[in-house]
Design a protein around this ligand. Sequence first.
Ligand code: BES
Ligand code: ZN
Length: 637
Amino acid sequence: MAYSALLPSCGSAMPSIHTLLPALALFAVSAQAANDPNSYAETDKVRVTQLALDLHVAFQSRQIVGKAELSLDWRDKAARELKLDTRDLSIATVEVVDAAGKATPAKFALGNADKILGAPLIVTFDEQAPKIRVSYATNPNASGLQWLSEAQTAGKAHPFLFSQSQAIHARSWVPLQDTPAVRFTYTADVHVPKPLRAVMSANNNPDVTVGSGEFHFEMDKPIPSYLLAIAVGDIAVKSTGPRTAVYAEPSMVEKAAKEFEDTEKMIATTEKLYGDYRWGRYDILVLPPSFPFGGMENPRMTFATPTVIVGDKSLTSLVAHELAHSWSGNLVTNSSWKDIWLNEGFTSYVENRIVEAVYGREQADMEDVISQFGLKQEMAELAPADQLLMLAPLTGRDPDEALTQVAYIKGAWFLSFLEQRYGRATFDAFLRSWFDQHAFQSVDSDTFVAYLQKNLVDKHPGKVKPEELDAWLKQPGLPSTAVAAKSARFDKIDAARTDWQAGKRDAASLAAAKWGTLETVHFLEGLPQTLDVKQLGELDAALHFSGTANGEIAQRWYPLTVRSGYTASRPAIEKFLIAIGRRKLIMPTWEALMATPDGLAFAEGVFVKARQGYHPITTGSVQAALDKAKTKTKAKP
Ligand code: BES
Ligand code: ZN
């Protein structure tokens, strides 16, 4: 393997030894943990262990201006250089701080910027020092921050800021070693406009009096950089349990508290399965609808999309998911993004176990069927190399764009397979010990596979064959040992759909059945790729799909209407694409529109309006889809 191919192209700042001596480089890789290809950090030389932030949040200029003080653990006696990750940061000064606390100006240089990785900040030392201090300012277009104007909030009176650091965006608001291989504790002093509240992935005190504009935070457990998070806005709090609360704009907080009232139950359930919750409080911050993800597992404060607040708790598996990360991901962390299935696959498995314990087997089964359907659909479009859990090639792609259901659902399915073979009792104990024994560590796939071999496979011989493991971990597609989830409730939906398609039932009788979100989603997913405009009109009239406030339903309905030429849904589509920024919900509709010249023209018109409210990550995804669609239409004669 040409290891040099994995290195970013970043001009003269990077060493060229890898290109000159590939064999030696390969040896170095296997002899010690390889550096993360998505970071400039040289973790074998030096690691950041503690971060002290002092940040001023300036809404006018859309900048965070401040200082980051980094404590260093030098691992190589000969090292005299520290490489940090940055993206679009303006660095004012870098100081070296000696053991006595004395600061002196340091020699530093900002290397050339790579499109995906940003620019390395290289600090050179005369002798190894315990700390450095960087004074800096963020760019108004920082990829990890979204600045919302007053008009873009529910309350319309105050601006809002939130971060999204995963996968490699922490570097756009803090200079640091932006790799999940490095863990650090942090403190932060945050200065914001007086009426606003600041929260972080740290010890938020729900009773703190807002109004001074000064907030102090501490995270005393070592976390990877992608879990660094901040939000500032007109944020109210409502308690939902002894160690849980929801934070949201005042007009949302009651509804959010009701929707998420089972959070304490979920925590207690997960503790029974996998041991103590180790982070103290578990709060949920409900963000404005432009949040590009469903949820983000920032420690002590999950960030969540408001699109799951639909009034009947039917989408609260999102909380189960983000909470599950408190074990799989935040406690035991993938050491680089190629092993993201260790975070997301394990979490999707645990999520389903939480849902089963709190809402019952039927609910868990329905969710499994929907997930597995989504995986198969997505996998059909993926190159074989992208269908692997392990050995996923490090292609130098943007990790944001490389994320698929393979890591989530094939990963979770693999763990379900192990559970089926070894039995729940044995498998639960195994998983719990995996978390316990790797708590607060960053690990790779090889470490997991070795642990699995020793603690499960070798201990209970005859249950799983080596080639069966290999098929799950290192082969594309789905192994023959994958047992498909089944749901009796969905069987009824399938029958209703068949009857409706055969003209034996009308749409009004479908509506009378009063399906929940998941049943409706399953109904839609089982329909053919296109329907008659007349049929769609009947469904729409009876079930009111166009204009639905339920994003999971919208995600399936609108693409079907677009593929079928049902243009009656277009006004509702436009509203949906402008109001919601959650990528998963809107990308299928964008992509369906872009598949025809007429749809593409409509999409371009909507994008002009929608992008003003979008997060940089969502803008990037829609823009990439547009570029792709345009080259396709151009290529056609
Ligand atoms: N950690 C992820 C979100 C993420 C992954 C952000 C990779 C950036 C890069 C989070 O836990 C997640 O998986 N969210 C899902 C929710 C879900 C599967 C219930 C989402 O956002 O859709
Ligand atoms: Zn996740």
